[in-house]
Design a protein around this ligand. Structure first.
Ligand code: F6P
Length: 369
């Protein structure tokens, strides 16, 4: 019987849902019944630390831990219960313009006899996968990012678990906010897309939601807050995405410099807002940055299920020899789209139909009346 090796890696920011996807890649690829019907025997190769695993496969440390190893069903049996990625991740970019190491990746795929590659990641990781596909690598992608900003899919792994974190944390803040009659500003992740802030704010019933797709007017935010108090509100919750900014302002940056994909580290808009609000309204305002808490914890039921379906579908694509595709969830169905489509442009909130620019909140008309 023909023998083939499937490499699997996770790249970019971690999130819940990665481990379930890896588990189901392994279980599907090694499935005995499918082996007989597909007439191919697979071995699954775990690649540690994202693209770094294919740039420096020998690993580091003393003695070095190799970044290429065989995954068995027994190894991954319990992985779907755990958050993060047991393969590790990195933001290594083999096509970094400062030091292009894409040739090394191609050589290592050859050296470790990796016939097919499954890349699990967001726009950066899948952008690399797409470039490798153009160079002849038989690659398929699985979408993940808590930001949900990949095109070509209605769902990206990690998003629902992150929303649950946001909702739970806001529930906690409500009691203390109410006791002290304070305003709380909750800063979520979301560099370019406001999905986490918008849907997190909707899930938790926030009073104001600010997203990168709609620059906000600071005076209007203050007016809405003062109006709330006039109407008898004891406290208010504002949810703001890290990439949101005031009209005429710029995004707030946490650290100078950019990563190998050219991204700045954002953070601080929550604190900025709290300060501006306290000064203008004299209402005591505090800010909380949820930061990496949103990426942590065990995957919720939805991420376990979607990880499973995406993992199975990725192996289906390999069995069908349908490369250069990303598995996707669209209109209630698991399907696949070209990687090119997924990474071409970001999926952001459509302010006209999905956001209320008067209230700075979720929409109040859904069916169009
Ligand atoms: O790309 C997803 C994301 O969650 C962004 O919203 C955020 O800016 C970034 O990761 C932060 O990641 P890290 O601190 O791990 O580099």
């Amino acid at each position: 019987m023909e023998k083939k090796r499937i490499g699997v890696l996770t790249g970019g920011g971690d999130c819940a849902g990665l481990n379930p996807a890896i588990k189901w890649v392994v279980k599907t690829a090694l499935d005995e019944r499918l082996k007989r019907t597909r007439k191919v025997e697979h071995e699954v190769i775990g690649i540690r630390d994202g693209w770094k695993g294919l740039v420096e496969p020998e690993g580091d440390g003393d003695p070095p831990v190799p970044r290429i190893f065989t995954l068995t069903e027994e190894m991954v049996r319990t992985w779907d219960r755990y958050g993060g990625t047991n393969l590790g991740t990195s933001r290594t970019n083999p096509y970094d313009p400062k030091k292009d190491r894409s040739k090394t990746v191609l050589e290592n795929l050859e050296r470790y006899q990796i016939d097919y590659l499954i890349a699990i990641g967001g726009e950066d990781t899948l952008g690399v996968a797409n470039k490798l596909y153009r160079e002849g690598v038989k690659v398929v992608g699985i979408p993940k990012t808590i930001d949900k900003d990949l095109s070509g899919t209605d769902y990206t792994l990690g998003f629902e678990t992150a929303l649950n974190v946001i909702t739970e944390e806001i529930d906690r803040l409500r009691t203390t906010a109410g006791s002290h009659r304070r305003i709380f500003v909750v800063e979520t992740m979301g560099r370019h897309a406001g999905w986490l802030a918008l849907e997190g704010g909707e899930s938790s019933g926030a009073y104001i939601i600010l997203i990168p797709e709609c620059d906000f007017d600071m005076n209007k935010v203050n007016e809405l807050l003062v109006e709330g108090r006039r109407k008898g509100m004891r406290y208010e919750i504002i949810v703001v995405a890290e990439g949101a900014k005031p009209i005429g302002g710029t995004e707030i940056i946490k650290e100078n410099g950019v990563d190998s994909f050219g991204h700045k580290a954002l953070g601080g808009i929550g604190e900025f807002l709290a300060d501006q609000i306290t000064k203008a309204t004299k209402i005591e305002t505090r800010s909380v940055t949820l930061s990496h808490l949103q990426r942590g914890g065990a995957p919720c039921a939805y991420d376990r299920r979607m990880g499973r379906y995406f993992g199975i579908a990725a192996v289906d694509l390999i069995a069908k020899e349908d490369f250069g595709k990303m598995v996707s969830y669209r209109n209630g169905k698991i399907t696949a789209v070209p990687l090119e489509e997924a990474v071409g442009k970001l999926n952001v909130v459509d302010v006209k139909t999905q956001y209320d620019i008067e209230r700075y909140n979720g929409r109040r008309t859904i069916l169009g009346y």
